[in-house]
Design a protein around this ligand. Structure first.
Ligand code: ZN
Length: 262
């Protein structure tokens, strides 16, 4: 009987050790972040009341986030979809993200209200794709013949892409919503900007990435005070800090959840 118990214990121990080794080998951690500075080159994005260009501010903030991440993580790949004033197609941004094996896609933008909008708008917003509005996404994807990978442009492929897109949208939603909520919290803590909440719009750039993707509108360049803040060193540092801290928080949760609750 004693022998049997010992054999059982040995088997259990052995299984435990192998499982431990296996899980160490299969550690699923967030190791590649894609930072996407919106617009660039011939596309200036929004132009501020005091003539600042959105594309320049997006890039400055992106560089600061990259620096913060690289200074604080040794093994994190930080991939930029553009690192200078170049025009990059929206689909190309997604392709870069997918080919780099990104775990999280963060698109950085600044907003502007429409010229004929009488309401003064100020503050930050976070955008994600809403799976409940897939019909809108379908229309958009089919009409614009979008790529989700480097499949050839054809109607048939668009349908395949749309199906792929819908499955990404469903499986990523939980993570996107979580990241958007963290971003809101950190922006409130780190910046002097107004919180306009989480919004859901079918932004083309969010489709291209097969990983969880969020788009940040940091503030309104059509608003004098938002523009001055986003143009200042302090404003850019605050916003970059908020994005960096959000990624850090999200990564800690993600790594823990994927390795201890599987
Ligand atoms: Zn923009």
């Amino acid at each position: 009987m004693k022998k049997v118990i010992i054999s059982f214990l040995t088997v259990f121990l052995f299984l435990g050790v192998t499982q431990e080794l296996t899980s160490q080998r299969n550690l699923k951690i967030l190791n590649t972040i894609i930072l996407d500075a919106g617009h660039g080159g011939k596309d200036p994005g929004a132009i501020g009341v005091n003539k600042s260009y959105e594309k320049d501010l997006n890039l400055k903030i992106t560089f600061k986030v990259k620096e913060l991440l690289e200074n604080n993580y040794r093994d994190l790949n930080v991939i930029l979809t553009r690192s200078d004033d170049t025009f990059i197609e929206l689909q190309e941004r997604g392709r870069i993200a997918n080919e780099s094996g990104g775990n999280l896609f963060v698109s950085i933008h600044c907003n502007s209200k429409k010229l004929d909008d009488p309401e003064e708008k100020t503050g930050f917003e976070m955008y994600i794709l809403d799976p409940k509005r897939l019909d809108r996404h379908f229309d958009l994807t089919l009409n614009q013949n979008l790529y989700l990978s480097d499949i050839k442009r054809s109607t048939e492929d668009s349908v395949i892409n749309t199906i792929k897109a819908s499955s990404f949208i469903f499986s990523n939603y939980k993570y996107e919503e979580r990241m958007a909520k963290i971003l809101i919290k950190e922006f409130v803590k780190e910046t002097g900007l107004t919180n306009r909440g989480i919004k859901q719009e079918p932004f083309v750039v969010l489709y291209g990435a097969s990983m969880p993707a969020v788009l940040i509108e940091c503030g309104f360049l059509s608003n004098q005070s938002d523009e001055a803040y986003l143009n200042s060193e302090k404003g850019q540092n605050d916003v970059a800090n908020a994005i960096y801290k959000s990624i850090r928080f999200y990564k800690t949760e993600y790594d823990f959840e994927n390795n201890f609750y599987r």
